[in-house]
Write a protein that binds this ligand. Structure first.
Ligand SMILES: Nc1ncnc2c1ncn2[C@@H]1O[C@H](COP(=O)(O)OP(=O)(O)O[C@H]2O[C@H](CO)[C@@H](O)[C@H](O)[C@H]2O)[C@@H](O)[C@H]1O
Length: 479
């Protein structure tokens, strides 16, 4: 099959979160299955500075009403997969991908409506006639509509899949600002009372198939509570909604060969993990104590990750003999509270308001537990990385976390972690206490759990097979 994978960010090229991990690993896994897959993404400033690429096509013209856009197309190879980059400096040559700090750019509607249109034009310019256009999240959710309304004939046989990595971000923008849509009077019914259009809703309505990044999140999207207020939209497409669990890139995330670690280890020989813990404590400025449980947390600082009920009990948690290391950037209100608590308990809580791939790997290897108490979690990748590193996840039973972690109380013989149900502070506190007790009281069983966790495998090969089946499902019968 010919697959055009349209996405805003890709690991190694430009990244703000888990979407990028998937946008690298999945196309590579699909390519390995024999498909002709090509990625299209914006040529962001970070990318332009890293790779000074020449044009493979220039001065591509797009018209929207009386506006004209001329953009260039660059190309690079990501391992085996060609990546086309849409080069339009006015929109993409900026410090951040979606914002310059924490506030979104005011013209994101225009930027991503343009990008969605330009991605399709790129396929035409490259004479790549896809069987499937695979869109990802709100940034590219207008592609299915543009394809349905395209009158060039180029996409006549093409089908569309929308993957939802995070349904909370929907791209709600003033319709009047989106010059690519202004001529489409038929969209009047989609505009809400404030004059806004919801990009993700458009994708849900017009894509041939929709999938979430885990089976459990797909089920949640079909409920009033888990649908991010899009209950009726998802229900309307219920027969076309499914879930495919993300994979873990075990080449990048292998404690037996990870280039960011001071020592290597495997499920058979865990000894190296102790040195990773010591190095992590050293780098974080925590006392180097081997037998104090070290809980790591690494994520974007946003309500999604459970800070709403974690922060109120942080103080109580820190009364225990424990060390906590939090790394992440995002909401300044969350970072202020973390900073405040870290100043009160300098020997127990360290907060790093930044992100680096090296620290992400060291934290996964050096921690005993990985905390991910998410309010919602479409799939979650860090708990998979934790499992691979024998770092026991403490998670809330939601979204993909429920699909990937097995709780000690529920399945004592197969357990790989600790899980709590209610999104509240006392459930979280109890769960962390349960984990710490287990660590102290049953050190041998703790090691058994680590080894079991390391044997879990969520491969991109399996995920790619599932996507392949879903693409086939999208296609017209005679294909
Ligand atoms: N400040 C930062 N800057 C750059 N990178 C950072 C970062 N903080 C964390 N990361 C990295 O981003 C990734 C986080 O992935 P997750 O899946 O855990 O969450 P995210 O919510 O971003 O992804 C969403 O999409 C993924 C992919 O489908 C789903 O698994 C998930 O549930 C959904 O919320 C990891 O590779 C991590 O190291």
């Amino acid at each position: 099959m010919k697959i055009l994978f349209v996405v805003s960010e890709v690991e190694d090229l430009a990244k703000t979160g888990g979407l990028a991990d998937v946008a690298k690993s999945l196309p590579i896994a699909l390519k390995a299955l024999g498909h002709d897959v090509r990625i299209v993404k914006p040529y962001y400033k970070q990318l332009a500075e890293k790779f000074k690429l020449g044009n493979v096509a220039d001065e591509q013209l797009l018209r929207a009403g009386d506006k004209e856009y001329r953009f260039n197309i660059k190309r690079l190879e990501l391992e085996t997969v060609p990546v086309y980059c849409v080069d339009y400096p006015d929109y993409f040559h900026r410090a951040g991908l979606y914002s310059d700090g924490y506030e979104a750019f005011g013209d994101n509607a225009e930027r991503f409506a343009f990008f969605s249109m330009a991605a399709l034009r790129t396929a035409q310019a490259m004479d790549f006639q896809p069987d499937v256009v695979h869109c990802n999240d709100w940034h590219t959710s207008l592609c299915p509509y543009f394809i349905k309304r395209d009158d060039s004939g180029f996409f006549a046989r093409c089908r569309t899949l929308l993957t939802i990595h995070n349904g909370a971000y929907q791209g709600v923008h003033r319709f009047a600002d989106i010059s690519f849509l202004r001529p489409h009077a038929e969209l009047a019914a989609q505009i809400d009372s404030q004059g806004n259009l919801n990009f993700l809703k458009m994708g849900i309505q017009y894509a041939d198939k929709i999938n979430a990044v885990s089976p459990n999140y797909a089920r949640e999207l079909l409920t009033p509570l888990g649908s991010h207020s899009l209950y009726h939209d998802f229900q309307h497409r219920a027969n076309d909604v499914s879930g495919i669990l993300n994979g873990c890139d075990y080449q990048q995330w292998d404690p037996g060969s990870d280039k960011f670690l001071p020592a290597h280890y495997t499920g058979e020989a865990l000894q190296g993990k102790a040195l990773c813990k010591q190095t992590l404590q050293q780098e974080a400025g925590l006392p180097e104590k081997a037998n104090v449980p070290l809980i790591g947390m690494l994520c974007r600082l946003t309500e999604q990750k459970g800070f709403g009920y974690l922060l109120p009990v942080l103080n109580q948690l820190l009364q225990h003999n424990v060390q906590i290391l939090v790394i992440g950037t995002g909401d300044p209100v969350i970072s202020d509270v973390l900073q405040f608590n870290a100043a009160q308990f300098p020997d127990k809580l360290v907060f790093r308001n930044d992100f680096s791939t090296r620290m992400a790997h060291l934290l996964e290897a050096g921690s005993d537990f990985f905390l991910m108490p998410s309010l919602f979690e479409p799939c979650g990748l860090n708990q998979m990385y934790s499992l691979a590193y024998g770092t026991i996840p403490i998670v809330r039973a939601v979204g993909g976390l429920r699909d990937t972690v097995l709780d000690l109380q529920m399945l004592p013989e197969q357990a790989t972690g600790f899980m709590f149900e209610a999104p509240d502070s006392s459930a979280l506190l109890n769960c962390v206490r349960r984990a710490m007790l287990f660590y102290h009281e049953y050190p041998d069983r703790f090691v058994q759990m680590q080894k079991r966790a390391m044997r879990q495998k969520f491969t991109w090969y399996d995920a790619a097979l599932n996507y392949q089946a879903l693409y086939q499902h999208c296609l017209p019968m005679d294909n």
